[in-house]
Design a binder for this molecule. Sequence first.
Ligand code: ATP
Ligand code: PRP
Length: 214
Amino acid sequence: MSKQLILALSKGRILDETLPLLAEAGITPAEDLRASRKLLFDTNMPGVKLVVIRATDVPTYVQLGAADVGIAGKDVLLEHGAEGLYEPIDLEIARCRLMTAGVQGVEPARARLRVATKFVNVARRYYAAQGIQAEVIKLYGAMELAPMMNLADEIVDIVDTGNTLRANGMEPRELIAPISTRLVVNQAAMTMKHERIKPLLEGMRAAVARRRAA
Ligand code: ATP
Ligand code: PRP
């Protein structure tokens, strides 16, 4: 087979759960990803390479064809827009929820709401769809701090156990979207490299199904 295949993996939390799935689909990195400062890795499969990048950069790599396949959270895909990407597989890992949250026991402000989040596009779309006028403030982390510091009335953030919210005197309010990790594919690559991508998709689907049945 001629054409090489580039897979873009999200570093961080998702990586630990992605590697076993990839291994079940027959792809293992040629060296320990965590022990290296490298960003581009060979695998056991000739012509299949991995890049390990910030989760938020994965849709960009795949959309522009720098990578053929990507692994990223649905939250990241929703925020990016991920236009023109195929999203054939829900890997069913890193499940959580994208939610609005506010200070415990405090009624959400009725007038112009101030919302702190790193998911500014998702937040703008969500509040607009609810008919709520919101001023969306971009933060890069620690969103739970914003209401406490009078920076915002609500936040839009990932919620799993709810522990982070509770620890900061906050409560979850509305569900925006259930989140899990998705495998995405560049549209042109799906056609041009189909003979390489097809077995990968089949292997990943089978691995997810085995997990589900276990
Ligand atoms: P970056 O370091 O690039 O800012 P991040 O810190 O948001 O990224 P991680 O914390 O590694 O990235 O999370 C990666 C993905 O895991 C998120 O995009 C989301 O899909 C999922 N995720 C985040 N928090 C949780 C959680 N508490 N439980 C389950 N899944 C989560
Ligand atoms: C994520 C997310 C929330 C938290 C939610 O943060 O940003 O803060 O998990 O999980 P919980 O409902 O179970 O508390 P993470 O732990 O990944 O740290 P981060 O802020 O460095 O991304």
